[in-house]
Design a binder for this molecule. Structure first.
Ligand SMILES: Cc1ncc(COP(=O)(O)O)c(C=O)c1O
Length: 305
C-alpha cells in the first residue's frame, strides 16, 4: 500500500518537513534489526481527531525497548505528546501513526551499549490492512510453513523491527499462494497469531485467543475485543489452539490496529461461517468505540487537542 506523504514528521523532539526526515545508510538498526515501533490509529470523532488507546501503545513501546535493553530518551508522557503534535500538524481527521525508536548513526557492530537512540513519529492516511470490507466479506487464511519466534530466540512480546522478518516471510508466502494472510504456529505446533493480527476462534459459544506464552504479541485490539465481548456477555478465554481448532471453528476473526476486526472465511480452504454473529457484533462495536461513540469506552480515545 503506497504511502501518502503528510506535512511533518516528529524527529528527536522537533517537527520537521516530511522530505527532510532522512537517515544515514550506516544507521545501526538498519543493519541489525534492533528497533522498536508501534502501529496506532487516530479516528475522526465529534470532538476532532482521537487517538485510540494512545497511552497503552506508548507504554508497550517503552516495554519493547526495555526487553531490548534500549534506553528511550523520552518518557511515555513525552511520546504521547509527540504523537498528538504530529497528528495535529497534518490536519487529518483520521490516520495511521508509526512511532519508531532505533539505534542511530555513529557506531557499528553488535554491541548496542555505546549507540545513541533516535526516535521518530510519522503519520499518514491508511485504510484497513486486510481491506475496508474485511469484517463483512471475510479473508482467506493459510497456515504458514514458517514457525513463530520462540521466546528464547526473538521475544514475541517486544514489537521489534527485526521480529517482522518472520512476519514478512509468512505474509509473502501466503500472498503468493493466493491467500490474504498467514497464520503462524509456534514450535510446539500451537497457533500463535497472524503476521500482524491476533486470532480469535469461537467454539461452542466461547471465544478463544492464544496468549503471549503461545508466541502472540499482547495486542491492544485483542484486549479491546475481550472487553467488548465480555461486556456483551460472551465468554472469552486466552488459551492454546491447535490447527484443527481453526478448521472446525464456529466462527473466527483476526484483529489488530491496522486490520481492525476482520472476519475469516477459510483456513487452508476449510470454510468457516463468515461473518459469524459474535464477529459481526464485536466488529461493529469496535468501529463505534474507536470513534468515541460508545460512552463506556470513551476514555480510550485520546484527543489531539
Ligand atoms: C505480530 C502482531 N500481532 C498482533 C498485532 C495486534 O496488535 P495491536 O492490536 O496492538 O495492534 C500486531 C499489530 O501490531 C502485530 O504486528
Amino acid at each position: 500500500m503506497p504511502i501518502t506523504p503528510t506535512e511533518k514528521i516528529w524527529f528527536n523532539g522537533e517537527l520537521i518537513p516530511w522530505d527532510e526526515a532522512r537517515i544515514h545508510i550506516l544507521t545501526h538498526s538498519l543493519h541489525y534489526g534492533m528497533g522498536v515501533f508501534e502501529g496506532i490509529r487516530a479516528y475522526e470523532t465529534d470532538d476532532g481527531p482521537g487517538v485510540f488507546r494512545l497511552t497503552d501503545h506508548m507504554r508497550r513501546m517503552q516495554q519493547s525497548a526495555q526487553i531490548l535493553g534500549m534506553d528511550l530518551p523520552y518518557s511515555v508522557e513525552e511520546l504521547v505528546q509527540a504523537v498528538k503534535d504530529t497528528v495535529r500538524s497534518t490536519g487529518l481527521g483520521s490516520c495511521y501513526i508509526r512511532p519508531i525508536a532505533y539505534y542511530g548513526y555513529g557506531e557499528m557492530g553488535l554491541n548496542t551499549l555505546p549507540c545513541t537512540v533516535d526516535v521518530a513519529v510519522a503519520c499518514w492516511p491508511w485504510g484497513a490492512y486486510l481491506g475496508d470490507d474485511a469484517l463483512t466479506k471475510g479473508v482467506r487464511m493459510k497456515i504458514s510453513s514458517w514457525a513463530r519466534h520462540d521466546h528464547n530466540i526473538m521475544p514475541p512480546a517486544a514489537k521489534t523491527t527485526g521480529n517482522y522478518v518472520n512476519s514478512s516471510l509468512a505474509k509473502v508466502e501466503a500472498l503468493k499462494a493466493g491467500y490474504d494472510e498467514a497464520i503462524l504456529l509456534n514450535r510446539a505446533g500451537f497457533v500463535a497469531e497472524c503476521t500482524g493480527e491476533n486470532i480469535f476462534v469461537a467454539r461452542n459459544g466461547t471465544l478463544i485467543s492464544p496468549p503471549l506464552s503461545a508466541g502472540a504479541l499482547e495486542g491492544i485490539t485483542q484486549d479491546t475485543v475481550m472487553t467488548i465481548a465480555r461486556d456483551f456477555g460472551f465468554e472469552v478465554v486466552l488459551d492454546h489452539l491447535s490447527r484443527s481448532d481453526l478448521y472446525i471453528a464456529d466462527e473466527m476473526f483476526v484483529c489488530g490496529t491496522a486490520a481492525e476486526v476482520s472476519s475469516v472465511k477459510s483456513v487452508d480452504d476449510r470454510e468457516i461461517p463468515s461473518p459469524g454473529p459474535m464477529t459481526l457484533a464485536i466488529g461493529e462495536e469496535y468501529g463505534r468505540a474507536v470513534r468515541g461513540q460508545v460512552d463506556q469506552y470513551k476514555d480510550w480515545v485520546e484527543h489531539v487537542g
